[in-house]
Design a protein around this ligand. Structure first.
Ligand code: FAD
Length: 382
């Protein structure tokens, strides 16, 4: 049984959020001087969208992955940076708590995250462990009723602005020697570097998270000791659905722009390249259908079932497909000699933009060709 929020309510909230919040800041986000990630999530909270997957009893909207996909696609159509900020907050930043958190952890954190008061982040990647996540070196050593975390995480979305990091750290060896922790940004020893200067997604902060003898209360371990790799892989499994929705939204935005350009060419007397535009539409529609299949086929709208039923919830064994290919350890060793660049304090460079909103062509793109609109009623599979 689907748990989709009433489609009309959700569509209205999403459309209002995109028009009132995302579109006005999109140009500034593209330049990297838009509102901070926390401000975007705060605005989503005000619109009732910062906890789409969180149960209503904990302050969320109690929605499904179908709802989540529709939201991320609509935001990405207008601005890719806002989409990645919201995707990370809602999926890998919140879902592990929904699925693996105990009642105490859920009640302490989920209402703040769903209200948009707190920004959530997910910290798995390290300089020595990207695709090969098991190569991580960050350690968590039990000391009485705390764990002491030491290490550095790389490429963390929201680093420097997040209030809560879900951090994977070593409590032992191998895949079963990883544990997950809820690390509050305010804890002594938590530091972040300046956001990286990326090729794109300038409005989304991506940076290093440094953990310097951070004492995390034992009650903030997420799941059992040694279950961290399961937490991480199931979070990523679900997170990929959001990444797909981002890609579909960005493709739709590109199609909007192409249509606008084609219309101008037609009005100027030139023949638009309808074959190319038709091809763009077909590919975008196909990607949308594929994205919709994943939550429908495995979850029927339940965050917890999505993660628990995920095939990648099982930590890798020596015989599993996760086993590293022969060249990976050499690759890892080469990478691990690099000293991560550390910076003790965050240096947020973004200030709220004062520039006037610029409407994108999204709402004006329909008319000369028949184009699928993400605001149309969803396909039957949803
Ligand atoms: C914008 C952005 C935001 C991010 N946000 C987060 C975040 O919030 N939290 C987080 O934890 N991480 C985050 N990451 C990190 C991301 O998950 C890693 O970049 C990713 O896991 C890849 O790791 P890597 O960059 O070290 O690349 P590498 O692992 O070095 O891979 C480089 C290339 O080698 C290929 N490759 C790697 N291993 C193999 C193999 N065994 N066989 C064949 N090919 C292989 C890869 O496919 C890739 O093409 C983010 C990254 C970016 C760019």
């Amino acid at each position: 049984m689907s748990t989709d929020i009433g489609h009309r309510d959700l569509a209205g909230s999403i459309a209002g959020f995109v028009d009132d919040v995302v579109m006005p800041v999109a140009p500034a986000m593209a330049r990297g001087d838009g509102p901070s990630p926390r401000r975007i999530v705060e605005a989503a909270g005000e619109a009732g969208l910062a906890g789409i997957l969180t149960p209503e009893a904990l302050g969320g909207a109690g929605g499904s992955h179908g709802d989540f996909i529709r939201f991320i696609e609509a935001v990405a159509r207008a601005d890719a940076s806002c989409a990645v900020i919201l995707d990370v907050h809602l999926s890998v930043g919140t879902e592990p708590l929904l699925v693996f958190g105990n009642d105490d952890q859920k009640s302490r954190y989920l209402p703040k995250l769903a209200a948009g008061e707190w920004l959530a982040a997910f910290a798995l990647t390290e300089a020595a462990g990207g695709s090969d996540a098991i190569a991580m070196r960050t350690r968590a050593v039990r000391d009485g009723d705390t764990y002491v975390l030491d290490g550095a995480k790389a490429f963390i979305t929201g680093a420097g602005d997040a209030d809560l990091y879900i951090v994977m750290a070593r409590t032992g060896e191998g895949a079963r020697g990883v544990s997950a922790f809820l690390v509050e940004a305010a804890l002594p020893g938590v530091g972040t570097g300046a956001p990286l200067a990326k090729m794109g997604l300038h409005g989304s902060w991506t940076g290093e998270l440094v953990l310097d003898a951070v004492r995390v209360p034992a009650e903030n371990r997420l799941g059992d000791e040694g279950a961290g790799f399961t937490v991480a892989m199931s979070a990523l499994d679900s997170g990929r659905v959001g990444i797909s929705a981002q890609a579909v939204g960005i493709a739709q935005g590109a199609l909007d722009a192409a249509l606008e350009s084609a219309r101008r060419r037609r009005d100027a007397g030139s023949e638009p390249d309808v074959t190319t535009i038709a091809d763009m539409e077909v590919r975008t529609a196909a990607a949308r259908q594929l994205t919709a299949m994943r939550p429908h086929s495995s979850t029927q709208g339940s965050a917890s079932r999505s993660m628990r039923q995920s095939p990648s919830c099982t930590p890798p064994t020596r015989a599993s497909p996760w086993r590293s290919p022969p060249w990976t350890s050499a690759h890892r060793n080469r990478r691990s000699t690099a000293t991560p660049q550390r910076c003790a304090s965050a240096t947020p460079r973004h200030a709220r933009s004062t520039r006037e909103p610029t409407r994108s062509s999204a709402s004006s793109s329909r008319g000369i060709f028949s184009v699928t609109d993400p605001n149309d009623p969803p396909p039957a599979a949803w």
